[in-house]
Design a binder for this molecule. Structure first.
Ligand SMILES: [Zn+2]
Length: 232
């Protein structure tokens, strides 16, 4: 084992002395080493600076949840946000577990798109939530299109898109938490309990983000649209 500084001083270019292999590399492995070397070429270590992580989304350069969350919501490119979210969740799924059957009890093998969007059990939550929002529609299967359609249900104003994106995120979040509860804690919430959790989650997130959002949860639960400034 060598430290990063030792590796740097030995040289980590393609011909660098840092690379030693116990056997001859296969072609695809050589390709990976080349990729790695390419990444490393732009790194310059400075002896008078200690290593530290930098989070570029906040001025403090330190990670905080709000900055990550705002980045996801404020992204002008919805496709990017959706793909980010699903990618993040996907990486959280251990391979062993991801090969299991869907925990929704539908009998299908689980993958991310299935779990969040097309499952007979979890997928219906989107219809439950859009019904609550007084919209009736068929959602597209592709993740980015799904977020775009949901996010623009209330119109294209920045404020409404942000609110609907947040409700979309609440739905994804609740499905994910329910999956964890089912896989790791053998606990199951019913369909209607999950719908209520999404309504409650979106309520708290909106309340946390909008100082003017001073309504009771009960009124939100009954009909959220007036509180988003939408009158159908
Ligand atoms: Zn399923």
């Amino acid at each position: 084992m060598a430290t990063v500084a030792e590796m740097y001083s030995l040289g980590w270019g393609e011909e660098g002395k840092v690379w030693k292999w116990r056997r001859r590399l296969l072609a695809w492995e050589e390709e990976k080493v080349r990729e790695c070397c390419d990444f490393l070429t732009i790194i310059v270590l400075q002896s008078n600076h200690s290593d530290r992580w930098i989070w570029h989304l906040h001025v403090s350069n330190k990670y905080n949840v709000a900055s990550a969350y705002n980045h996801l919501l404020s992204s002008t490119n919805n496709n990017l946000a959706a793909d980010h979210i699903i990618e993040i969740l996907n990486k959280e799924v251990p391979l062993k577990v991801s090969l299991f059957f869907c925990v929704g009890g539908c009998g299908m093998l689980e993958d991310t798109k299935h779990l969040f969007f097309s499952c007979d059990f979890f997928g219906k939550l989107w219809y439950g939530i859009s019904h609550w929002l007084r919209f009736h529609m068929v959602f597209p299967k592709h993740v980015s299109d799904h977020l775009y359609q949901f996010g623009t249900l209330g119109g294209f104003s920045k404020s409404n898109r942000s609110a609907f994106n947040l409700i979309w995120l609440s739905c994804v979040w609740v499905i994910w938490i329910e999956r964890i509860a089912r896989v790791f804690h053998q606990k199951e919430a019913s369909f209607h309990q999950l719908l209520d959790k999404i309504k409650l989650q979106s309520y708290w997130w909106l309340k946390g983000n909008r100082p003017s959002f001073a309504f009771s949860y009960h009124l939100w639960w009954l009909n959220p649209l007036p509180f988003l400034g939408i009158y159908l």
